[in-house]
Design a protein around this ligand. Structure first.
Ligand code: ATP
Ligand code: MG
Length: 746
């Protein structure tokens, strides 16, 4: 007997006779022959292997409706797995629409969501307290850090993030500590010891991390055959979307639940496997046909999403990957408009071009949310966001935080805020012990209480505490060091350019070093974002030059992270990384930053498998577009705080040239002096020099009241609003607005 309540299926649904064909025409009517075959298949286990936009997700949704309406399967017996919560909501909506009934009893969700639901229902069988808590990644890191300390392993040699990564990876592979063979390896045996201590601490505290959800649910079934049988009988029909991105434990989970009698229907595309770096096993597609009984493999070859040109580009690109399972995709659609290729002078030009194109589209009556801007790296979003903001185009970042909302950026900004205003309590709270510097919660509590009692700022209270005797000597010292650190930064940053002030913060606060200790993808991303903040500060030009530059910059950052972001229901341009774009589609897609080192990412240049994954990611990006695709790259880019002159991405060269049309706008941007252009663009376009109406030319010498003499590098826009990039030997390179800068030719 189970401790938990297991509800019974509604009666009679399984016994009704089949209904006539005409009543199911709405389910199979809007399908082609191959899709219809997949939806109505009588085989027990099915793999639908098909390229992008061929209707896999549509087939999955219609299959659910078919099972319920035609096969008389109870909705209670169906379990469907999708990749994101958004996709799950959409799937439910579609099923309800097709069946014209609520889908309440259907289990549709992500692997994590479904596993969580199981554990909540069966906490006793899973050996968990009823009110078990989910540990998010930050909590997990904090716990690992504490355990490393208890084991006397110092953070330098044993970076906590790396240790966390290790634990998650083992769980994703289905390994508990005792199953890991350390083979006498010292590093591994320490990690396994940590994993053991981590497990014990989680168990004591009733905490479950993300990876644990799946592993725990899997083990719960293994240890409770009766419960497993119950769910095997219940979920007689499993359906899985994006199957190519399942990892080991997810696959094992599906295998166990299907058992010998269940029926599983999976759809996927080996060419869209993009989560290898997170443990996804594209081999699961091959294993599926071997390890599940009586699998029928079906293929869909007609693409309904994209125009001919877009599809041909995608096919040609992915053809460069060896060892594919091989699929043909064709469309009845006509060729459509050519794919546009824009070679920008720099990243700002690229962003502005994209914003302009979207504005054209909107002016012609198009909706903003029909456009998506895709990029490889999160840090690219900042320049794009700024271009959209200055064009007053609402946008939404999908599946990620906006640049100024990211934790690491907020940390760095809080230091800047304290440098500007010591009494900014929120900033004080945020960074007083970030990165950790031995100022514990108790100390902060005392400071808070003192401040409250005396009605003063935390800064003042902290200052008083360093002189009083309420705190232990160690805490007092730690606090004093923090106050001195801010004073020192403030002193060092005095009269320095804004980007230099940011650099001082990053260095002196040890924020970069702090994230360096985490060698995972996430840590690297944080460092990239912080370096990007240096670029942002360097490019910043205030509306009003008479105001304090730092104050203006902080205000802009606050405003940008505030309410200018459109909400989910507003008509906004969609910004997202290529990874987040999987499964979605848009009328027009801008694929930006197609440069060697950025996309494909520099980390993949040495490794052919990683390069193939990058190419699949590009395939995903191209195939998101229905009618219009615009590719862009910049001849020079400031990213991660560095200027580079990247080569054009090989992915552009892998697209047949007859499908591409280079865009030559009547630009008001002049080519920067001394800037070499990539050989590709030199061959393919001529530079366009035009008068910006400012009376200035690149290369010209000018004088600025504050920054002294400098050389004009670049001009953007025209008239008093024109932006001018000038290199000042004394003050560095600045962007200034023509109308405000009061430049004198020399
Ligand atoms: P991806 O690989 O990107 O996840 P997919 O194979 O899941 O793509 P869907 O998203 O299901 O493809 O379908 C792509 C588009 O084609 C959708 O807009 C869908 O409504 C449309 N579509 C699919 N099949 C048909 C059809 N038979 N008739 C008309 N439209 C169709
Ligand atoms: Mg899909």
């Amino acid at each position: 007997m189970f401790y938990s309540i297991i509800c019974s299926p509604p009666e009679n649904l399984n016994t009704a006779t089949k209904i006539p064909m005409e009543e199911i025409t709405d389910i199979i009517g809007p399908l082609n022959e191959a899709q219809r075959q997949a939806v109505t298949t009588e085989s027990r286990n099915t793999l639908v292997l098909a390229g992008a936009g061929s209707g896999k997700t549509r087939v999955l949704v219609h299959r659910i409706a078919w099972l319920i309406r035609a096969e008389k399967i109870s909705p209670w017996s169906i379990l469907a797995v999708t990749f994101t919560n958004k996709a799950a909501r959409e799937m439910k909506g579609r099923v309800e629409q097709l069946l014209d009934m609520p889908s309440g009893t259907l289990w549709i969700g992500t692997f994590h969501g479904l596993a969580h639901r199981l554990l909540r229902n069966h906490w006793q069988e899973a050996n968990l307290p009823q009110n078990f808590q989910i540990l998010d990644s930050e909590d997990q890191l904090r716990l690992v850090r504490r355990l490393l300390k208890e084991m006397n392993l110092d953070e330098e040699r044993w970076p906590p993030r790396q240790a966390t990564w290790f634990i998650n990876e083992q769980k994703d592979k289905g390994f508990r500590p005792q199953q890991i063979d350390t083979a006498g390896d010292f590093w591994l045996s320490q990690m396994v010891q940590l994993y053991t201590a981590y497990e014990a601490a989680c168990q004591r505290g009733g905490m479950v991390d993300f990876a644990e959800l799946l592993l725990r649910a899997h083990e719960m079934w293994l240890n409770n055959p009766e419960l497993l049988n119950h769910y095997r009988n219940r979920f007689s029909h499993l359906l899985v979307d994006e199957f190519q991105d399942t990892n080991t434990i997810q696959y094992a989970w599906l295998r166990l639940l299907t058992g010998d009698n269940g029926s599983i229907f999976v759809v996927g595309d080996d060419d869209q496997s993009v989560y290898g770096w997170r443990g996804a096993q594209v081999e699961n597609i091959r294993s599926f046909t071997r390890e599940f009984p009586l699998v029928e493999t079906l293929r869909l070859e007609q693409n309904y999403r994209s125009s001919g040109n877009i599809l041909n580009a995608a096919n040609a690109l992915i053809d460069n990957n060896p060892g594919r399972l091989g699929k043909e995709l064709w469309t009845e659609d006509n060729d459509g408009v050519p794919i546009q290729l824009y070679s920008a002078y720099n990243d700002l030009d690229e962003a502005r071009f994209i914003a302009e194109q979207i504005q054209f589209w909107v002016d012609k009556g198009g909706r903003r949310d029909e456009s998506a801007i895709l990029y490889r790296s999160n840090a690219q979003s900042r320049v794009l966001e700024e271009a959209l903001l200055s064009a007053s185009i609402p946008y939404r970042i999908y599946g990620g935080l906006r640049f100024f909302e990211r934790a690491e950026i907020k940390d760095a900004l809080s230091y800047l805020r304290l440098m500007a205003h010591r009494h900014d309590d929120a900033a004080f709270e945020r960074v007083v012990n970030t990165p950790t510097r031995g100022i514990g919660e108790r100390t902060v509590m005392l400071v808070r209480e003192y401040a409250q009692g005396a009605g003063i700022s935390l800064w003042r209270a902290a200052l008083a505490q360093t002189e009083g005797d309420q705190l232990a000597a160690r805490a007092r010292n730690a606090l004093r060091n923090f106050l001195q650190l801010i004073e020192q930064m403030s002193h060092d940053g005095k009269d320095k350019a804004l980007n230099e002030q940011v650099e001082i913060v990053l260095k002196n606060s040890s924020l970069i070093d702090h994230h360096k200790k985490n060698r995972s993808e996430k840590g690297l991303t944080r460092i990239e974002n912080l370096e990007e903040l240096v670029t942002a500060a360097g490019q910043f030009s205030p509306e009003d030059e008479s105001l304090n530059l730092l104050d203006e910059f902080l205000a802009q950052a606050a405003l940008e992270s505030g309410d200018t972001q459109g909400d989910e229901w507003e008509d906004c341009v969609q910004l997202m990384t290529l990874h987040s774009a999987k499964g979605l589609e848009f009328h027009q897609v801008f694929l930006s930053g197609l440069e060697e080192g950025l996309f494909p990412h520099s980390r993949s240049s040495e490794d052919s498998e990683q390069l193939e994954e990058e190419r699949r990611l590009c395939y995903v990006g191209i195939t998101r577009a229905r009618q219009k695709l615009t590719l862009s790259h910049a001849e020079s880019r400031r990213l991660y705080g560095k200027e580079s002159y990247p080569r054009v991405s090989r992915f552009i060269k892998e697209i047949p040239v007859e499908l591409l049309q280079e865009v030559r706008i009547r630009s008001t941007i002049s080519r920067p002096v001394n800037q070499r252009s990539s050989s590709y663009t030199q061959n393919h376009r001529s530079s366009i020099l035009e008068d910006s109406g400012t009376g200035l030319q690149p290369g010209q010498q000018v004088r600025h009241a504050k920054f002294g003499e400098g050389t004009v590098l670049m001009l953007e826009g025209s008239g008093p609003q024109a932006r001018i990039q000038i290199h000042f030997p004394e003050a560095g390179t600045k962007w200034l607005v023509a109308g405000y800068a009061k430049l004198e030719p020399t």
